[in-house]
Design a protein around this ligand. Sequence first.
Ligand code: SAH
Length: 251
Amino acid sequence: MSKAAEQTSPWTARVLTLFPEMFPGPLGLSLAGKAMERGDWALEAIDIRGFATDKHRTVDDTPFGGGPGMVMRPDVVDAALAHATRDGPDGQWLAPAIYLTPRGRVLTQDLVKRLSAGPGMVVLCGRYEGLDERVIEARGLLEVSLGDFVLSGGEPAALALIDACVRLLPGVMGAEETLEEESFEAGLLEYPHYTRPADWCGRQVPDVLMSGHHEKIRAWRKLKAEETTRSRRPDLWAVYQERQARIGAKN
Ligand code: SAH
């Protein structure tokens, strides 16, 4: 365990799932896995089925009003959530509780930053058609989507969300600059990268990157980041331009 982890409990993700064996999965490897071994963060996968009360351990039922598929029962999910938020100072763990759903707000780097700056999070993975609406309301769950597409379950979304948070925790990534230069950091997509060989299949690395002229390289990268953002993501570009105009007006 690192010093920081000994003093206070590390950033923790408690995942509620019907498939706990999917965790830590890829999060047990590479940077996230090493950081977990050091005690810089922790993951608890909690089996929702453990909170079922009947002898068949039922977690879902047919939808009121009819229609296809099954819905996760509010009583079972609520008991699992009560367990996951149990042990804060006054019996409540003050971490946000997130329900992953295509109906949620689309995940952004800003939200990832806020989540990684806190004590951790409870992440609820849906299956079937999803969750009874009443438990979302009663628990004030923050509904988050990975994007405008439908997964068969929340688990791959949970892995992605946790990965994005963990890599921002202090000490997880090697160099701080790596994080500072990344896509979205300045509201722009990142510039393109090149490495050896300088000539690959007749394709050359842009001359400016071989020039050793740091100021020119910086300007070129900014230009490329702007060009890429403008052509690929007009939505991000509009926000970026507004921000630039505001900064310009202040100076
Ligand atoms: N009937 C739902 C889809 C259910 S998919 C609908 O049409 O909105 C089953 C589960 O997968 C969901 O409960 C959710 O937890 C997860 N899931 C699917 N797509 C997702 C996405 N884009 N983002 C986050 N979670 C998602």
